[in-house]
Write a protein that binds this ligand. Sequence first.
Ligand SMILES: NC(=O)c1ccc[n+]([C@@H]2O[C@H](COP(=O)([O-])OP(=O)(O)OC[C@H]3O[C@@H](n4cnc5c(N)ncnc54)[C@H](OP(=O)(O)O)[C@@H]3O)[C@@H](O)[C@H]2O)c1
Length: 194
Amino acid sequence: MKLIVAVDKKWGIGKNNGLLFDLKLDMKHFVEHTRGKVVVMGANTLKSLPNGMPLKNRTNIVLNPDGDIFDAIDKGYVLTTSLDELLEQIYAVEDNEVYVIGGAMMYHTLLPYCDTAYITKVDSDGEATVFFDDLDSLDNWSCVDEGEAIEDNGHTIRFCTYTNASPVEFKSTIDKKKGLTFEDCIDKFNARKK
Ligand SMILES: NC(=O)c1ccc[n+]([C@@H]2O[C@H](COP(=O)([O-])OP(=O)(O)OC[C@H]3O[C@@H](n4cnc5c(N)ncnc54)[C@H](OP(=O)(O)O)[C@@H]3O)[C@@H](O)[C@H]2O)c1
């Protein structure tokens, strides 16, 4: 599983349940990575999207303990109401097809399970109120590619890639907790749709 995020110079990612910057090139980069893939997000991030709608051309999985299944069916996203349930859904998909796309709580919760993080570093202070973990301070994460500085709507940005030397095997986490098989997950998913 991978994650993709834009951070400011303090690893800030958002304020007032919105993004810090309006970055055209970064948005293009985000779409290129996630088009046709599975994206995983928290309830606040879904709320922050235009009209609270999931992203087009992607399978959207949302974690919301207070979620409404009718809203999910109406808008066309997969609702999960606990971390276990979310991990089961991810388990049913190819690892490299899944991108965690925010927000702060969701990134923090799923960071140990990710093997790769695509970090857009914005060389500005967006006066954020919510933050991403500082990957430079974590032993198991290292920056393997630091892109060249480019201008994006008045900000200097770099597309960077970090990798995790010891991602948690979430499949074995599920197996240990519940003994679920892939078929169990599919059955559970289909049962929820009925
Ligand atoms: N810069 C970027 O690239 C980027 C990308 C996406 C989002 N953002 C920003 O991030 C901000 C939103 O982040 P956020 O942290 O407020 O919200 P969030 O992560 O989008 O959603 C939080 C939701 O996820 C649930 N959740 C998270 N971890 C959980 C766990 N372990 N078990 C059960 N439920 C869990 C929370 O449950 P509870 O209700 O029980 O707490 C809550 O409903 C916004 O400002 C948004 O614009 C920035």
